[in-house]
Design a protein around this ligand. Structure first.
Ligand code: KE4
Length: 432
């Protein structure tokens, strides 16, 4: 199949003249998979169409938000109805508490939530709150975990364990990352060493309870429990960054699935139903330090935007009322992931995979992939070849080895069959 790409190519060249790389978020440039990005013009259910008329089974789902699929009627109707009354007021609206009450109903530890407009804002604000609450400066994050692009989090691990992070991006002065510790994920010794070295000085540990941003990497058995025990022992706040996993892995996110309760939870993606929403929440004792009640400042012009609230409320209402959807997602995702893995094995292609519920990654390495060090061993060229053949066959995967793919409520057995067939073709070609 030779997919037509002229229209997307023209659109890319036009966009590059006025937008850096032609994209408003780097991963969309397809730089690591060796082809130009299709320009998407429409989505419906589990499918999207590009400017050249090519149709794809979509496993990106806007990087997670569209768990119900594209253009879900209840979501669209809610947004249109809200828009007819105006798009934004910069004032309180009933829709904000509607969504806040629904979000809080999913998390037993949560008494209050503050809405913002992105996951980056959510994690940045939660960290500021943790520092204000504990009056401590140091924070811990993990290599391979991504929590958005605020300066203190754009850090790569220093040399050796429990050494302070070094900037991971140009434009971030080392002073801005000097209080950030970047530790290996799934390594409890590293955490113990850090807390021994920085006893009573660490404000918070922020972690993706199931990592999506080095590809899908689940917590080792007991790891989240260890993080919870070690942080509680030192009065450090544990922040679960559930921007990706919240309402994805279960209605109560990873913390419900694994039975480990953080102090603060950050959210995004699904809670906006495809519109810009982030959030952070926790007990009133901590959340009431946020302005205007307390001394920790945080604000946002479009926070709680009525259209975004409407889209989020419609999406979460469906999930609240159809919790059986999670078992269905788990089953169908299990089918497609296992079948593709079997096809790789049958053709001698070196690949392993991780999956938790409806988020998963096929890694082009023998594996297992348990942390950034093992993820980084992937043959990204092999992933690129796989990605391009899948795209040619109408399967739209995340354009990076180090991302998670998402299956949603609109995906069908037919989508799964098409995906498996495309993978079989890709693996057959891998030996040519
Ligand atoms: P945003 O600022 O992009 O809304 O959220 C940042 C963020 C925070 N926490 C987690 C666990 C996340 O996965 C993200 C953003 N995820 C990426 C995909 N890996 C968004 C895609 C992109 O950067 O374009």
């Amino acid at each position: 199949m030779t997919r037509k790409t002229e229209q997307s190519h023209t659109l890319q060249k036009r966009a590059e003249k006025v937008i850096p790389g032609g994209v408003n978020s780097p991963v969309r440039a397809f730089r690591s998979v060796g082809c130009e990005p299709p320009y998407i013009v429409r989505g419906q259910g589990s499918h999207i169409w590009d400017a050249d008329g090519n149709e794809y089974v979509d496993y990106i789902a806007s990087w997670g938000p569209l768990i119900l699929g594209h253009a879900t009627p209840s979501v669209i109707e809610a947004v249109i109805s809200a828009a007819r009354k105006g798009t934004s007021f910069g004032a309180s609206t009933p829709a904000e508490a509607d969504l806040a009450e629904l979000v809080i109903s999913a998390f037993p530890h949560m008494q209050k939530v503050r809405f913002v407009s992105s996951g980056t804002e959510a994690t940045m604000s939660a960290i500021r709150l943790a520092r204000g609450y504990t009056k401590r400066k140091y924070i811990v994050k993990f290599e391979g975990c991504y929590h958005g692009h605020s300066d203190a989090l754009l850090v790569k691990a220093g040399s050796g364990i429990a050494t302070l992070g070094i900037p991971g991006s140009a434009g971030v002065p080392e002073e801005f990352t000097q209080f950030t510790l970047a530790l290996p994920y799934n390594d409890t010794d590293a955490i113990e060493q850090a807390f021994a070295k920085f006893k009573h000085q660490i404000a918070c540990v922020i972690v993706e309870p199931v990592v999506g941003n080095m590809g899908c990497v689940p917590p080792a058995p007991g790891y989240l429990e260890a993080l919870r025990a070690i942080t509680a022992r030192d009065q450090t706040l544990l922040i679960f960054d559930e921007v990706m996993t919240g309402f994805r892995l279960s209605f109560g996110g990873a913390q419900e699935l694994f039975g480990v309760q953080p102090d603060l939870t950050t959210m995004g993606k699904i809670i906006g139903g495809g519109l810009p929403v982030g959030a952070y929440g926790g007990p009133s004792e901590i959340m009431d330090l946020i302005s205007p009640l307390g001394p920790v400042y945080q604000a946002g012009t479009l926070s709680g935007n009525p259209l975004a609230m409407a889209a989020g409320f419609a999406t979460l209402s469906y999930l609240r009322d159809h919790k059986d959807v999670y078992a269905k997602l788990d089953k169908l995702a299990g089918e497609v992931v296992a079948a593709v893995a079997a096809a790789a094995r049958d053709t001698g292609v070196t690949m392993c995979h991780n999956r938790v519920g409806s988020m998963f990654t096929w890694f082009f390495t023998a594996g297992p992939v348990t942390d950034w060090t093992s993820a980084a061993k992937c043959d990204t060229e092999a992933f690129g070849r796989f990605f391009r053949v899948m795209l040619e066959n109408g399967i739209y995967l995340p354009p990076s080895q180090f991302e998670a793919a998402f299956l949603g409520a609109a995906h069908t057995e037919s989508d799964v069959r098409q995906t498996i067939a495309a993978a079989q073709q890709a693996f057959a070609m891998a030996h040519t």
